[in-house]
Structure formats: structure tokens, C-alpha cells
Design a protein around this ligand. Structure first.
Ligand SMILES: Cc1cc2nc3c(=O)[nH]c(=O)nc-3n(C[C@H](O)[C@H](O)[C@H](O)COP(=O)(O)OP(=O)(O)OC[C@H]3O[C@@H](n4cnc5c(N)ncnc54)[C@H](O)[C@@H]3O)c2cc1C
Length: 586
């Protein structure tokens, strides 16, 4: 086994991890561990844009952006964090511009901006142009730009290294990270990385669902690893379903399409969003649009032979405009559905998209041990984290912003911390749990197959924990997950080799998915109200008296919650600075 030592270890090379690395790499000895090659991270799939109140094309300011973020998140947003994000957004975009990112430009040469759902002028009066973009490949441009700048600053990357455990040691009664345990894909070797600071930036967990816009690798590793070491997870019941996935496939068509003027229609040709959000219509926040679409289908106004989708109509837009602003996504419609968006409306239906919940942090990107204490030396940023700027529903283009603002903060904080702290001693045989798990899996004669269990899990989550939820569907999900975990204990893999054993790692990832599906379902059972992305048909209203708080889920051997042994739920107050909860109308 190889042992390495760095001041700062960053786990994940998406937007959040690399933005952190650029800062940390200039201040302290930093390594980035990533299971994918950096430029294959999901940030590169992001399409529509990154918002900041630059006011380049019309009047705007960070206070309106803060308000929209809070209201968009159905008032579960921590408002101190939203203020930080909206204020620092402007520098975050300018930083990227200086690094060389090729944004679309106005005729005068300023960074161009376009509309996105829930972003408004003057507290909801009308949509505002706030999203900076590079056609519909903004994430690709961000990822490439950040990678080039990491290379420029000499950041060290360990590519195709899977972090499977976090080593924690108690020092004077306080638990601190000592390092991480990683598995090298190419050799099957285990590596121990000792570090003063550890930053988690491992992205989301969209693969718990079948219909999803997320890449295959988004299996919630960082969340599960932290959870298994006693770190709570916050607000896991809140998952965003993006309105416009290609019907039947889930592949994303960016909200930028509606930002550029596309319209949703039902089988009667009606622009149905006029009924659900009379002021901003198709540009209402995603939770509202996704529910409205699902409702149209339920009430029999769906399209197609099975009446199970609605249509995204771009046919009134000029083909030249479509080609300039939305080239990739219109090509997706042609390639995957054989539909020509110039002349035909595109079949769409909600797709699982974004985890609002994750590892709890404060605005300094420090990970919380509980409501009152941080874990010194441990940081998290990006989709794996919950700071919480998105509350119960994230606004479009606020995530590329989040990863840049809080990625930068995490990188600076981790490096500064490493200057003040000593290395913490690694626990004895810190790698043992990981080695034992992998060996058991690699040599098991189990008859269950990973693919079959994963498919059953994803179909279950689509059927029971999606846009509409009830106590019954959620409890059924829990019962079935328990059975899947039982089956998982008898899983056997086909590849027994050491080199490039993806079979083995998929088995480990599936375990993460099963654990997190359970956390999501339990948190959803407990939230007996409807707010943002979490809609309970048995409790259709928001209940501020009962539920204006965050959910904190802990792994706790002595507790039992809803028949799940070892899980404890607590609450955490929402930070309110400016905006008291109001009725959420658009
Ligand atoms: C199709 C699509 C389009 C989107 N469009 C937009 C948009 O236009 N605007 C917007 O604001 N948001 C958008 N989003 C959301 C946004 O892109 C993501 O939330 C954000 O990019 C996440 O960045 P991240 O750095 O947290 O994670 P990622 O970019 O997902 O990176 C995760 C990193 O963690 C590493 N990793 C994971 N597990 C491990 C492990 N066990 N060990 C080591 N490394 C690990 C991976 O290798 C990867 O490098 C979109 C998302 C999707 C899926």
C-alpha cells in the first residue's frame, strides 16, 4: 500500500473541486483525487448558464437575485448563504472571464445574459436576463477553463482514484479528518492519503432514479462516505425534477430553451403554464413547472400514443436563433428522438436532476458535525454539499454559480486551515474496512447481479419517490429498499481481477445508492408538508409552523427511525435574514 502526504486533499475534479484546487494549489501543497478524468466530470454536461446580476443587458442587482433564490427555494434557503452567493456571483463570473472562458457576447462586447426560470426583476415583476452563457455548453467551457488553470498552477491530479473512505481521528475530544482511503482503478491498489484539510466535491446522486439527466457516475459517493463516518446529511428529501427531459429518456433539454422563448403545450395545443403561473408562465421555477406537466398528463392532456408527455415548442423561433443559442440540445432532440425542433415540437417529461441536500456546511464551506459545531479541517462544496443556498428547490443556473463561489471559498479555507494545523495521526489500519469490503465483494460467490438490483432500485424510486409522493408510496419504497439490501448482501461480481475492475466499483457504488435512497425516503416520510421539490399529496400545503426547518439525518447505531435501525433524524433552524416566508406565487 502506498502512503502519500499533502496539506490539502480535494476529492472530486468537477467545477467545485477544480475551483477549490486553483485557490488551494496557490497556497498549499494540494492534490486532487478523482474517479473520472477531470474533464469528464458532470459539470461538463451543464448547458444553460451561470447567473450573476451583472446588469449587462437590463437593470438588475444582487438583492433581487438573493430574493429570487430564497423564494425559488420556497423559503428553506439559509439567507446568509444566498446573500453571499448572489454578491460574489459577479466576481465569480469575472474570475472565469479572466481565466479565458469564451462567454457569448453582446454586440458591444459585454458578456451576454439570458432568462432562466425564477429569475426576476424587482421581486417577481417579470423575468430578467441574469444567466451568463456560452451557447448551451456553459458547463463544458467552465470545466475546460478550470482544468487549464489547474494545470497552469501545477495542481497534482490522481485520476481514476476512487475515494472510498474518510479516516477520522479524535484529538482532544474533537473528531478531525486525518486523510482518505482511495482505490486506484488501473492497478487495484489501495492508497492512503494523509492530509491536514480534506475537501469533498464529489457531486450529486441522480442515479438513485431511473429517469435522470445525471451521468452514470453520480452515485453520491461523498455523501455516503461522510454519512458512514457519522457526519449528518441535510435535507435529503429535496430532489429536483427538471421539467424538460427528453420523453422516455431523461436526457436534458436545458431551461435555456424556454429562456430563449420556447413554450410548453399540452395535447390541446394549450400553453398550460398560463394557468399555473400567470405572471412568468413557462419561466416559473422547476418544481412548479414539473408538477404542472405531471398534472396535465394525469388529467388526460398528455401527448403521444400513451398520453404520457407534453411538448416543448420552439417552432416559432428563427432557425438561425436556435442554431446560435441552442445548438447542442436541439441536436439531442434530432439524435435521440428523431424530432426536428425547427418544425416539430419536442416530447418532454420531468427528469431527476439535482440533489438540493447533502453534506451540511456553513458559508465558509466548513462541514458541520451537528447544528452547533464544525469538523475542523473538513470542507465540502458543490452538489455534494448543502450550505443551503437552494433550500427546497434550486433555481436554474444557480448551481454553476454555487460550485464557483463555494468551491473558491472551500479552496481558500482548506489551504488557510492547513497552515495553522498539524497532521492528525491516521487511525490504525485506516484502510482495513475498505480492503475487507473489496475483498469480500471480489471473492463472493453470491448469485445476485449488480445491474438487476440497480435497475429495480431506480424503477422503485421513479415509481414511489418522484414528483408526487404519499406516506404510502414512501413506506412501500422503504420496504422494497430493505429487500434490495437483503439481495445486495448476496451480490456476486463477474470480474475477479485487480486491473480496471469497474464491476467491483459499480458494486460499491450500488451500496452507496441503496444507503442514500433509504435516507431520501425516510426524510421524505418525515416531512409531512409540501415545499419546493418535495410534494406530498397527503399534505399538499406548505406548513411553516411545523416544518420551517432543515432535516438532519444521522447514522446512529442506537437509534431506529421508521423501522430503519441505526438512523436518527433531527432538525436545524433555517437562517432568515431579510425575507419572512410569504405565499409563493408566480
Ligand atoms: C445535464 C445537466 C445540465 C446542467 N446544466 C446546468 C446549468 O446550465 N446551469 C447550472 O447552474 N447547473 C446545471 N446543472 C447542474 C450542475 O452542472 C451540477 O450541479 C454541478 O456541475 C456539479 O458540480 P460538482 O463540481 O459539484 O460535481 P461534478 O461536476 O459532478 O464532479 C464530481 C467530481 O467528483 C468526482 N468523484 C465522485 N465520486 C468520487 C469518488 N468516490 N472518489 C473520487 N472522486 C469522485 C468525479 O470524478 C468528479 O470529478 C446541470 C446538470 C446536468 C446533469
Amino acid at each position: 500500500m502506498q502512503v502519500h502526504q499533502y496539506d490539502v486533499i480535494i476529492v472530486g475534479a468537477g467545477g467545485a473541486g477544480m475551483r477549490a484546487a486553483i485557490e488551494s494549489g496557490q497556497r498549499a501543497r494540494t492534490a486532487v483525487l478523482t474517479k473520472l478524468y477531470p474533464t469528464r466530470s458532470h459539470t461538463g454536461a451543464a448547458q444553460g448558464g451561470m447567473c450573476a446580476a451583472l446588469a449587462n443587458v437590463e437593470e438588475d442587482n444582487w438583492e433581487w437575485h438573493t430574493f429570487d433564490t430564497v423564494k425559488g427555494g420556497d423559503y428553506l434557503v439559509d439567507q446568509d448563504a444566498a446573500e453571499v452567493m448572489a454578491k460574489e456571483a459577479i466576481d465569480a463570473v469575472l474570475d472565469l472571464e479572466k481565466m479565458g472562458l469564451p462567454f457569448n457576447r453582446t454586440p458591444e462586447g459585454k458578456i451576454d445574459q439570458r432568462r432562466f426560470g425564477g429569475h426576476t426583476r424587482d421581486h417577481g415583476k417579470s423575468p430578467v436576463r441574469r444567466s451568463c452563457y456560452a451557447a448551451d455548453r456553459t458547463g463544458h467551457m467552465i470545466l475546460q477553463t478550470l482544468y487549464q488553470n489547474c494545470v497552469k498552477h501545477g495542481v497534482e491530479f490522481y485520476n481514476e482514484f476512487y475515494v472510498l473512505d474518510l479516516a477520522m481521528t479524535e484529538v482532544d475530544g474533537v473528531r478531525r479528518p486525518a486523510g482518505v482511503v482511495a482505490y486506484e482503478l488501473a492497478t487495484g491498489e489501495i492508497h492512503l492519503f494523509q492530509a491536514k484539510s480534506v475537501v469533498f466535491a464529489t457531486g450529486g446522486v441522480g442515479k438513485v432514479f431511473k429517469t435522470t439527466s445525471n451521468a452514470h457516475t453520480l452515485t453520491g459517493d461523498g455523501m455516503a462516505v461522510a454519512y458512514n463516518r457519522g457526519i449528518p446529511l441535510e435535507d435529503m428529501e429535496f430532489f429536483q425534477f427538471h421539467p424538460t427531459g427528453l420523453a422516455g429518456l431523461g436526457i436534458l433539454l436545458s431551461e435555456a430553451a424556454r429562456g430563449e422563448g420556447a413554450i410548453l403545450r399540452n395535447s390541446e395545443g394549450e400553453r398550460f403554464m398560463e394557468r399555473y403561473a400567470p405572471t412568468i408562465k413557462d419561466l416559473a421555477p422547476r418544481d412548479i413547472v414539473a408538477r404542472s406537466m405531471a398534472n396535465e398528463v394525469r388529467e388526460g392532456r398528455g401527448c403521444g400514443p400513451n398520453k404520457d408527455y407534453v411538448l416543448l415548442d420552439l417552432t416559432h423561433l428563427e432557425p438561425a436563433h436556435i442554431d446560435a443559442k441552442l445548438p447542442d440540445i436541439t441536436e439531442f432532440a434530432r439524435t435521440y428522438l428523431g424530432v426536428e425542433p425547427y418544425t416539430e415540437p419536442v416530447p418532454v417529461f420531468p427528469t431527476a436532476h439535482y440533489a438540493m441536500g447533502g453534506i451540511p456546511t456553513n458559508i465558509g464551506a466548513e462541514v458541520l458535525a451537528d447544528n452547533d459545531n464544525v469538523i475542523p479541517g473538513l470542507f465540502a462544496a458543490g452538489e455534494v454539499a448543502c450550505v443551503s443556498v437552494h433550500g427546497s428547490n434550486r433555481l436554474g443556473t444557480n448551481s454553476l454559480l454555487d460550485i464557483n463561489v463555494f468551491g473558491k471559498r472551500a479552496g481558500i479555507a482548506a489551504a488557510e486551515y492547513s497552515k495553522t494545523a498539524d497532521f492528525v495521526e491516521l487511525p490504525e489500519a485506516a484502510e482495513n474496512d475498505t480492503v475487507a469490503l473489496l475483498e469480500k465483494m471480489r471473492t463472493s460467490d453470491g448469485t445476485e447481479r449488480i445491474g438487476a438490483i440497480r435497475k429495480d432500485l431506480q424503477e422503485l424510486m421513479d415509481a414511489n419517490v418522484q414528483v408526487f409522493r404519499t406516506d404510502e408510496t414512501l413506506r412501500e419504497a422503504l420496504d422494497e429498499i430493505a429487500k434490495l439490501r437483503e439481495r445486495y448482501s448476496n451480490v456476486g461480481i463477474q470480474d475477479r481481477g485487480k486491473r480496471f475492475n469497474l464491476d467491483l466499483l459499480e458494486a460499491v457504488e450500488l451500496n452507496f445508492l441503496l444507503e442514500l435512497a433509504e435516507v431520501i425516503s425516510v426524510a421524505a416520510i418525515h416531512r409531512k408538508e409540501s415545499r419546493g421539490g418535495h410534494f406530498r399529496e397527503d399534505f399538499p400545503d406548505r406548513d411553516d409552523e411545523g416544518f420551517m426547518h432543515h432535516t438532519m439525518t444521522y447514522l446512529d447505531p442506537d437509534s431506529e427511525t421508521d423501522g430503519i435501525k441505526g438512523m436518527r433524524l433531527e432538525t436545524k433552524p433555517v437562517i432568515v435574514t431579510r425575507y419572512q416566508p410569504m405565499e409563493r406565487k408566480y
